[in-house]
Ligand binder design. Structure first.
Ligand code: AMP
Length: 401
């Protein structure tokens, strides 16, 4: 079975084509500048086929999907002989409100529910729907489309974790609650660490730290998410690349009054100009912060210190919430690659019984135990693989599992 995995943004579309017999990626690529001019980079991962990396007109997502399929079947760059070899498409969808606790076959009701969640994911959900519609248009009704939601994994959180302490009517009438994001990544990492440890997921308490441009932490007890640091939106929790993380809401009123800012201007500052970029004044990229700190830039060092402290604080609170923790896992761009960040965070974990292994930690982008094998709480690096989760869910749904 061959499954195409699509992650559609407002002007971009990422894809991977999986062969599910071997769970390998046959080809992957990225369409950019859709609706502006257009560029496609297509990378086949089978021998004898060449990369395509060209400007190409992409007025809408439908032309982008057509171009992707064209490359997937092309003699020079392709990996399948015709479009009919693609059995199904799995789509990453940001927000499913509280309507989806798992992945679903797309039909009119599902599209209506994704539409209903647009005010909750105003940038992503419309783009995700555009991607689905483009595939339906180009591939026809016979190719099943599956929606895999970023929020679904967090639907097992108990009310005490997802409620905000504001008047209850905002929850009842307006669905204001913690939803959480990066669910597909946390789910993959939680499942994978159980496999690596050789312990059933139901017997494990795992804290998954997804640390990338956006960062979130999830407490996973017995394979189920019981709390997570992102909330109603992906703006809160840890300080991130450019997002502020947790903040006293009265600060917004103070700044807006003092500088005569509109709410949109304020939100733009909190989304795009805050986080480690705002603190350092240098960059949102942790590589630049490491470099700055090593050259004596105090604000780069402070930004990193704050990030480490927040991760440690949230991990500690989740160990308390679960009454223990068996494994802490680092994933995503920073978690998989930053040796210094992992070390600085793990320095907080002595009280948990973490016996950190400095040598083992000197790794990048691969699965690795970075505590000693005897450490009371194990610490792992596990590269995330959201696309594989989407492909597996799609396979299971279309094969009726
Ligand atoms: P992601 O959002 O998961 O793609 O993560 C992207 C972020 O990973 C970048 O902004 C960098 O800050 C970070 N990153 C990637 N490689 C490294 C590295 N070698 N050291 C530190 N941070 C890294």
């Amino acid at each position: 079975m061959k499954i195409l995995v699509i992650n559609a943004g407002s002007s971009s579309l990422k894809y991977q084509l999986f062969d599910m017999e071997t769970e390998t990626v046959l080809a992957k690529g990225l369409c950019e500048r859709i609706g502006i001019d257009g560029h496609l980079k297509h990378t086949p991962l089978v021998e004898g086929k060449t990369v395509y990396d060209e400007d190409i007109a992409l007025p809408t997502h439908a032309e982008a999907i057509t171009a992707v399929i064209d490359k997937l079947v092309s003699p020079e760059h392709g990996v399948v002989s015709s479009m009919s070899e693609i059995d199904a498409v799995g789509h990453r969808v940001l927000h499913g409100l509280d309507k989806f606790s798992g992945s679903v076959l797309v039909n009119d009701d599902v599209m209506a529910a994704i539409q209903e969640a647009v005010p909750f994911g105003p940038l992503h959900n419309p783009a995700n729907m555009t991607g689905i519609r483009a595939c339906q248009k180009v591939m026809g009704d016979d190719v099943p489309q599956v929606a895999v939601f970023d929020t679904a994994f967090h639907q097992t959180m108990p009310a005490k974790a997802y409620m905000y302490a504001i008047p209850y009517e905002y929850y009842e009438k307006d669905s204001i609650r913690r939803y959480g994001f990066h669910g597909t990544s946390h789910r993959y990492v939680g499942g994978r660490v159980a496999e690596i440890m050789g312990v059933p997921e139901k017997d494990l308490k795992v804290i998954s730290c997804h640390m990338g441009n956006g960062s979130s932490i999830a407490a996973i007890d017995g394979g189920k998410c019981v709390d997570t640091s992102m909330g109603f939106t992906p703006l809160v929790g840890l300080p991130m690349g450019t997002r502020c993380g947790d903040l006293d809401p009265a600060i917004m009123q103070f700044i807006m009054n003092k500088y005569d800012l509109s709410i949109d201007e304020m939100m733009n500052i909190l989304n795009k100009k805050s986080g480690v970029l705002g603190i350092s004044g240098v960059s949102s990229d942790f590589r630049d912060l490491d470099k700055g700190a090593s050259e004596g830039n105090e604000r780069c060092a402070l930004a990193l210190d704050m990030f480490h402290y927040w991760v440690a604080k949230v991990v500690g609170s989740y160990a308390a919430a679960m009454n223990g923790v068996d494994a802490i896992v680092f994933t995503a761009g920073v978690g998989e690659n930053s040796i210094a960040t992992r070390k600085a965070i793990c320095e907080y974990f002595g009280y948990l019984g973490v016996d950190f292994d400095d040598e083992a930690n000197k790794c990048r982008g691969k699965e690795q135990l970075i505590s000693t094998p005897d450490s009371k709480v194990k610490v792992y690096v596990v590269p995330t693989n959201e696309e594989l989760v989407i492909a597996r869910d799609t396979r299971d749904i279309v094969s009726g599992k």
